[in-house]
Design a protein around this ligand. Structure first.
Ligand code: PMV
Length: 315
């Protein structure tokens, strides 16, 4: 028996980092996906194949001993095998068209699609159960995750998220396009988040003001999204980028890309942890091609994305 699931990547439109301290963030799923297939095998092994490498291990190894970015899949397969009274193994295959390690939710999409594909070999879990499992798996690589990424990868669409209340779907279908540009600068979410924590500890007053500004901005954004006011949303993108500059997650390379984006689109900002990774430029149909051409002419790695409304898909 084989089961298959796919989940989209995501961008954080507004509120990254501040979300860690309880502020609302706005995220959307994008039309780039990870597909995971899983099957039971007779051999008592967990076998994972992917375009970034393979892993073949016996079950029941302590997760701390596994030094591989495929660790979340091992965690999921092992956890699910432990609940079964069968001497079997699981074979997993991962295919992804989401660029990795650049803040586009590739690991969350892997955890969500992995949790769905593997658990569906034995049961019919609900989306909520799959999400819970996916967040657990994501914690094996990023202990302090807010859970926001896995949530949007599971449900798709556009949503508000905060740590206390979880997610609220934003029901409108805004007509923007995102041009996502990769800075090609590697970053570690964990160390950038730790840097922001240091900034907060050294500047409690300023950080708390920024959290208030960000909360207000997100409130305005929710309204603008419902009204499909893309130009005004662009102004909020620019404003949010200023807050991110203040907390120290930007750098010269990112600022250079954002300057190009700001000239041709409605506004550009970092998406995700920063320190490297990606930026997005907000456009509509009319300035999409021109925005793309500016990044293309300068040989940047980029792609245009739309909102994915499907979320987790199982088949
Ligand atoms: O994983 P990334 O790069 O998309 O961004 C993480 C977002 C943070 O707000 C910085 C951390 C979090 O857990 O929400």
């Amino acid at each position: 028996m084989k089961s298959k699931a796919s989940a989209p990547g995501k961008v954080i439109l507004f509120g990254e980092h501040f979300v860690v301290y309880g502020v609302k963030a706005i995220l959307c799923a994008i039309n780039k996906r990870v597909t995971v297939s899983a099957e039971k095998i007779k051999e008592e092994k967990i076998s994972i194949k992917s375009n970034i490498g393979d892993l073949l291990l016996e079950p029941n190894k302590p997760i701390s001993e596994i030094n591989s970015s495929l660790k979340p899949f091992y965690y999921l397969a092992n956890k699910i095998l432990q609940t079964q009274n069968q001497d079997i193994g699981i074979k997993i295959n991962v295919e992804s068209d989401i660029p990795m390690g650049v803040g586009l939710g590739s690991s969350s999409a892997c955890c969500v699609a992995g949790a769905a594909a593997i658990s569906k070999l034995f049961a019919e879990p609900s989306k909520e159960e799959i999400l819970e499992l996916a967040i657990e798996a994501e914690k094996t690589i990023f202990q302090n995750t807010s859970g926001a990424d896995c949530t949007v990868c599971t449900y798709g669409g556009i949503m508000e998220y905060d740590k206390k209340n979880g997610f609220t779907e934003i029901k409108s279908e805004p007509s923007f396009h995102l041009v996502i540009v990769n800075s090609n600068v590697e970053h570690s979410t964990e160390s950038v988040v730790a840097g922001v924590r240091r900034f907060k500890e050294e500047n409690e007053g300023e950080f708390s003001k920024l959290c208030n500004y960000e909360s207000k901005l997100v409130k305005d954004v929710s309204k603008l999204l419902k009204e499909n006011k893309i130009k005004e949303l662009g102004q909020k993108v620019i404003q949010n980028q200023e807050y991110l500059e203040t907390i120290g997650i930007s750098n010269e390379k990112l600022r250079e890309i954002i300057r190009i984006g700001d000239k041709v689109s409605f506004g550009a900002k970092i998406t995700g942890a920063g320190g490297g990774g990606c930026i997005f430029a907000l456009t509509d149909e009319l300035n999409l091609e021109h925005t793309i051409s500016q990044f293309k002419n300068r040989n940047y790695k980029y792609f245009a994305a739309k909102i994915d409304f499907k979320g987790l898909d199982t088949f």
